[in-house]
Design a protein around this ligand. Structure first.
Ligand SMILES: O=c1ccn([C@@H]2O[C@H](COP(=O)(O)OP(=O)(O)O[C@H]3O[C@H](CO)[C@@H](O)[C@H](O)[C@H]3O)[C@@H](O)[C@H]2O)c(=O)[nH]1
Ligand SMILES: [Mn+2]
Length: 630
């Protein structure tokens, strides 16, 4: 790192002691020359004994000298490259309810990102737990022990994916892996952990013995309920600690548990509030230049994703304008024909690429990498370079206890009052100035839009093998509830200060504006849909014609538009990897969504804007009964 704090992607260092080596090399060279001179001068005369042997030796020595000169080319100018000046990457995982989001699922996600193929001293993982659940904390503690075996195992055997659950599921027969012995051992360890956590989750509380495993449990002494508790912050693994090592003696990524303070009289702002608390806390602890956000239900399916994302940020030509890199998402629990059409297939394979062509995709909350400054409200200007300025380690010279105490206040629910994190009133919604925006059920989309309006670009990356795999809602009510939240949120953005229709005018490309409007228009499109599905059929009964007769020439455009539009949509769906039945289901669900989710989303958005209703966030269920799955 230079004195200006500039951190290159890699560093080139000339080998130490070069001058000494070269002097040494020259001395040998002189020595060799003298040997050759001796040979040449003292050749036995013709007829003398051993003349030919001598000449042969001379030739051999000449050859060796030449060879030696060549070997010097390999040593004269050695440079060593180091990538340990890669930027620090901090990963935020969010969870909110141990019943809906089981601790085992949460720690599988955490373990998958802990085991990224990236220098561990540059990696920190933060788990935000909006439930402040002791069991989730216990699970994370167990995971931190398991990680000591899991990370070296993954790296040694190049395991993919690195979510233990997904990995063990992918291997049906232990004899399929080369290292059967190690496999069986690590699987046993995982299952032991699973049993322990499962037992605690089932009981709903921890035994005294389990609680005695870590001093952090004492923080629950003052805990009264999910909505009423103190900040809980625990640095489970401190990357600086020389004793925090995996079983092979290598350092471990920093691992932090945080539950922001909650009081009934203070809104906690859901995921946006949790992310903002994390942003403040992480600045004190690791303060990396890249923030990577995943939901607890979405594990990393590719250990190279951090490096992939960095390629975009660090590109010499375009990298400096990239604020975030959004990866595509895959879903492990949708059936082949997607009964509830919840895989967002066409969105991922077509629409987001369209957005990318217009200045960049939306931020969709998970599988995303952010340049930290942009999340904190920095504007793009010509000064922004893709140089990575690394502030000094914020932790230096502070003890773990002090660090925890100092960071803890930053997650209190009154911290934001009268700070730049405070609220900024707008026509309909309130937003935080810094960090993620509050007051909108799609905090991710509105935050992404506000970043793009500050002049930044985003990048969409959709690798062949999905880099992030999560769970989609798998019952009809869950699907409708999720889409109600999204329709409402996107419609609220249209009404908000950051409206893609007017605020964004001139700030982002016209195409991107239209793209955002498309999602904002989901909710209001319920009316046209309802009208179309009810009125024509009623009039059909009355006998009043609303469409041209098939004999009329006017019939042609109707027939053309309808058939062409549907054929294209089917083709697009198949091309995106779907099935015919899947497309049919999507059409069916489309009608359900438009006539229910979008309508309720619209009504709620209006009520909220008028101040009649409070914000809520209905978390999507992640576990299903066996019969539902079937
Ligand atoms: O009070 C809350 C509520 C939710 N979450 C977390 O938010 C994430 C998303 O919740 P989920 O119920 O899974 O919603 P989805 O509809 O699947 O999520 C998508 O849509 C949300 C916005 O509606 C975004 O926040 C998500 O990142 C995005 O994946 C989960 O990790 C939750 O733990 C919190 O941290 N605090
Ligand atoms: Mn989810």
């Amino acid at each position: 790192m230079g004195s200006d704090g500039y951190v290159p992607l890699f560093e080139t260092k000339k080998v130490k002691g070069r001058v000494i080596y070269r002097l040494f090399s020259v001395s040998i060279f002189v020595g060799i020359r003298l040997i050759l001179v001796y040979r040449f001068k003292c050749i036995p005369r013709e007829g003398e004994d051993g003349r030919w042997v001598w000449i042969g030796l001379f030739a051999a020595e000449l050859w060796f000298s030449l060879f030696w000169v060549c070997t010097q080319a390999l040593r004269w100018n050695r440079v060593y490259r180091y990538e340990d000046d890669l930027p620090k990457v901090d990963i935020f995982v969010c969870t909110a309810d141990p019943m809906i989001e089981p601790p085992m699922m949460v720690i599988n996600t955490v373990l998958s990102v802990l085991a990224y193929d990236y220098p561990t001293q540059k990696l920190s993982v933060y788990l935000s737990d909006d439930a402040g659940s002791e069991i989730t904390f216990y699970a994370l503690l167990e995971a931190s022990h398991f990680a000591k075996e899991w990370i070296p195992y993954c790296k040694k055997f190049r395991v993919e994916p690195r979510s233990p659950e997904a990995y063990f599921l992918s291997i049906s027969d232990p004899n399929d892996v080369k290292e059967t012995k190690e496999f069986v051992a690590i699987k046993k360890l995982y299952e032991d952990m699973e049993n322990q956590i499962g037992r605690a989750a089932k009981l709903g509380r921890l035994s005294g013995e389990q609680q005695s495993k870590h001093k952090g449990f004492s923080q629950w002494d003052s805990y009264s309920s999910i909505r009423d508790h103190d900040t809980i912050l625990q640095i489970l693994v401190d990357g600086r600690d020389p004793n925090a090592r995996d079983i092979e003696g290598r350092s471990l990524p920093t691992l932090v548990y945080l539950a922001q303070e909650k009081r009934p009289q203070h809104p906690h702002n859901f995921k946006a509030g949790a992310m903002n608390a994390l942003i403040r806390v992480y600045e004190k602890i690791s303060n990396g230049q890249i923030i990577h956000n995943v939901d607890c239900d979405m594990y990393s399916n590719d250990s190279q994703s951090v490096r992939d994302a960095l390629c975009f940020f660090m590109d010499e030509e375009k990298g400096q304008e990239v604020a975030f890199v959004q990866f595509s998402e895959g879903f492990k629990n949708v059936t082949k024909n997607e009964i509830y059409g919840s895989s967002f297939r066409v969105g991922m394979e077509v629409e987001f690429h369209g957005l990318d062509g217009n200045g960049g995709p939306l931020y969709i909350g998970t599988g995303c990498f952010h340049r930290r400054d942009t999340l904190c409200g920095r504007k793009f200007d010509k000064e922004c370079t893709n140089r990575w300025y690394m502030k000094n380690d914020p932790r230096s010279e502070v003890s773990l206890q002090e660090l925890e105490a100092k960071s803890k206040v930053l997650a209190s629910c009154t911290y934001e009052e009268n700070t730049q994190w405070g609220k900024e009133a707008s026509l309909f919604l309130t937003f935080s100035n810094t960090g993620l925006k509050y007051g909108c059920p799609v905090e991710d989309v509105i935050t992404g839009l506000s970043i793009q309006c500050k002049g930044w670009k985003s990048v969409y990356f959709n690798p062949e093998t999905k880099a992030f795999i999560g769970v989609a809602p798998i019952t009809l009510p869950q699907t409708l509830v999720q889409h109600k939240r999204w329709a409402e949120g996107n419609f609220l953005i249209l009404l908000s200060k950051y409206s893609p229709a007017w605020y964004a005018l001139g700030k982002i490309s016209f195409g991107l504006q239209l793209g955002y409007c498309h999602y904002s228009f989901w909710a209001p499109s319920c009316f046209a849909t309802l009208y179309f599905s009810i009125v024509p059929s009623l009039y059909l009964l009355k006998g009043t014609p609303l469409f041209p007769q098939s004999s009329s020439l006017w019939f042609v455009p109707f027939a053309y538009v309808i058939s062409a539009k549907y054929s294209y949509s089917l083709a697009e769906f198949l091309w995106s990897g779907g099935t015919i039945l899947g497309w049919w289901n999507e059409q069916r669900i489309w009608l359900y969504k438009r006539t229910s989710s979008y309508l309720f989303g619209f009504i709620d958005a209006i009520l909220k804007s008028a101040g009649f209703s409070d914000q809520a966030f209905v978390i999507t269920a992640k576990v299903a009964d066996e019969d539902v799955s079937e």
